[in-house]
Design a protein around this ligand. Structure first.
Ligand code: SAH
Length: 341
């Protein structure tokens, strides 16, 4: 639901301002999926809203749950037929994180990423971004739970759809809406420098994550074509400018590929690059998409220990949903093995 559009629709119908409050309450608090359920509104208005600004903008074509039961992936068909995927991760500490897509497909063509092979279909609207979070909010509400965190780490490059992404974040953050804390939301970019500069000027304190995956240009360009436009000599100063302006931590995502970006020489280079205040390294298991081989568990642990000894702030990301192709880089609208709906 795009609140600005809802507001202008209601104004266009000659409705009083309190109707917007009631309508928002229905969508974000009562979590109705159809205006007919918004009983605070008069039936004639519900009809008009259904016709002009329907709440559900997609059809759930498939829902898969991981064997561990902590991850749920939904394949959603948009009104124009495009498919996107969105993932709910339920952490053992009670956190419920939705991994949201910002585009249908992705134009960035990172060599290790399944979404990259699809190419870009189109940008998602503000409303379609918000709708992904609402989808899981409804499911969780039935269990007495709520969405606590949002990461813009699904399909697509959020910095290429900046305005809609930020508009969606403001709606999710709205105290009268889902009231998701800005600090509980993250945007991940493959390194679009212009977007990082824009984010530094945002009043909302949303977290920034950067997909790094290599500590030098030669290797990074091999893995991520975007590095040609934004090599490290442009990317790293943009990140430092962001930190200087916001005083906020930046997370670097680094997936580990056997024999490529996990060798002792590359790891030493990475430690030198990332040993800096407010830098945080998040090591990620490479989820095999066919292109490369994943670094083994022992070597991953060794790298983690090495970084700690080198005084790099580091964690190892827990993998969710690998068995249902819901893990990082696996979203490509494939049918998965365990289907529950
Ligand atoms: N385009 C943005 C948002 C996508 S976030 C970005 O690049 O940051 C998805 C994260 O998963 C990124 O860090 C991406 O680099 C990572 N990823 C992609 N393919 C992966 C794979 N096969 N295994 C693990 N992580 C992967």
């Amino acid at each position: 639901m795009d609140v600005a559009k809802l507001q202008s629709a209601l104004e266009g119908m000659g409705e009083k301002p309190y109707r917007l409050t009631q309508a928002k309450d229905a969508v974000f608090r009562q979590l109705v999926s159809h205006w007919n359920e918004a009983t605070a509104l008069p039936p004639a208005l519900r009809e008009k809203l259904n016709a002009t600004i329907p709440i559900s903008e997609f059809e759930v074509v498939r829902e898969s749950e991981s064997e561990r039961g902590d991850t749920c992936k939904a394949a959603l068909k948009l009104t124009d037929g495009n498919l996107i995927e969105t993932v709910l991760m339920r952490h053992s500490n009670g956190r419920n994180t939705v991994c949201v897509s910002s585009q249908a497909g992705c134009p960035m063509a990172c060599t290790f990423c399944a979404t990259g092979t699809m190419g870009l279909k189109r940008n998602l609207t503000t409303s379609e971004i918000v709708a992904q979070v609402l989808h899981f909010s409804r499911q969780l509400a039935a269990k007495g739970e709520r969405v606590t965190n949002m990461v813009m780490m699904g399909m697509g490059e959020p910095m290429h759809n900046y305005d809609n992404v930020m508009a969606a974040i403001r709606i999710l953050n709205d105290q009268k809406g889902l009231a998701l804390g800005a600090r509980h939301m993250s945007i991940s970019t493959c390194g679009i420098v212009a977007g990082i500069h824009r984010m530094a000027d945002e009043p909302l304190q949303v977290n920034l994550a950067v997909s790094l995956h290599a500590p030098n240009d030669e290797l990074r360009t091999r893995l991520m074509p975007v590095n040609r436009a934004y090599p490290l000599a442009k990317l790293m100063p943009a990140i430092d400018a962001y930190i200087a302006k916001t005083g906020r931590k930046v997370m670097f995502e680094y997936l580990l590929i056997d024999g490529l970006n996990d060798t002792p020489a590359v790891i030493t280079e990475l430690a030198v690059l990332l040993k800096k205040p407010l830098y945080h390294l998040n090591l990620i298991k490479y989820h095999t998409t066919g292109a490369f081989v994943s670094t083994g568990r022992d070597r991953r642990t060794e790298i983690l220990d090495y970084m700690k000894k080198a005084f790099v702030s580091v964690t190892h990301r827990i993998t969710f949903g690998e068995d249902i192709d819901a893990a990082c880089g696996q979203l490509a609208n494939k049918h998965s093995k365990t289907e529950v709906v």
